[in-house]
Design a protein around this ligand. Structure first.
Ligand SMILES: [Zn+2]
Length: 202
């Protein structure tokens, strides 16, 4: 018979309490499932995009609830749940808004519906309404989405010289959804929560 060398009274324990066969508390979404989940504030305001894994952890911890889910099911410890596409925090978090939406090619294309503001064709480039060579600024109110042909035709001339007009003045986008819209690909299933028109694709 073996004795505990230390003389400790805590005999009979086989070793560390950690059981290597214990299922992970962080489930792993199966291959092919969505990898990104839209996270909404408790007020349904879009906050950010998290990994589906992170979203599942939030749901299991009851810090978030599923709003929209995929058909795929992930199996976690003693529970199975559909992979969340959109989740909503159960408690409101206050988020400081950025002072302005960063000006990027993707953001301009999204604001202008991926179409050329001059001809309505598919946008492939960015045009400065007042050409930079004439002092035009690289700012939201002077940058528009344009097709290459219009951009090339206009070159460094003004709209007045071209006899062209804008359908509406270019504006700086605002609103919570722009934290996402200008910076990343948007899952079509998030559209309802971002207020994105059907015509705007990622
Ligand atoms: Zn055009």
């Amino acid at each position: 018979m073996l004795r505990a060398a230390s003389g400790s009274t805590s005999v009979g324990h086989p070793g560390p309490r950690r059981d290597p066969h214990c299922p992970s508390v962080v489930p792993v979404p199966s291959p092919g499932t969505t990898s990104a989940t839209l996270l909404l504030n408790a007020t349904y305001e879009p906050l950010c995009v998290v990994s589906s894994r992170r979203a599942i952890v939030l749901v299991l911890a009851q810090k978030a609830e599923p709003v929209d889910s995929a058909a795929d099911v992930v199996h976690a410890e003693r529970v199975s749940l559909p992979v969340p596409v959109v989740v909503r925090l159960t408690r409101y978090v206050r988020v400081p808004y950025p002072a302005s939406v960063p000006l990027s090619r993707r953001a301009v294309f999204t604001r202008d519906g991926q179409t050329c503001v001059y001809c309505g064709g598919s946008a492939t480039s960015i045009d400065h309404v007042v050409p930079r060579s004439r002092g035009g600024t690289h700012t939201w109110d002077n940058v528009v989405a344009a097709c290459r042909r219009c951009n090339h035709t206009k070159a460094d001339r003004s709209l007045a010289e071209m006899g062209w007009a804008l359908p509406h003045p270019p504006r700086t986008p605002s609103g919570a959804a722009w934290r996402l819209l200008g910076t990343r690909t948007v899952d079509p299933r998030w559209r309802d929560w971002l207020g994105v028109p059907e015509s705007v694709s990622a």
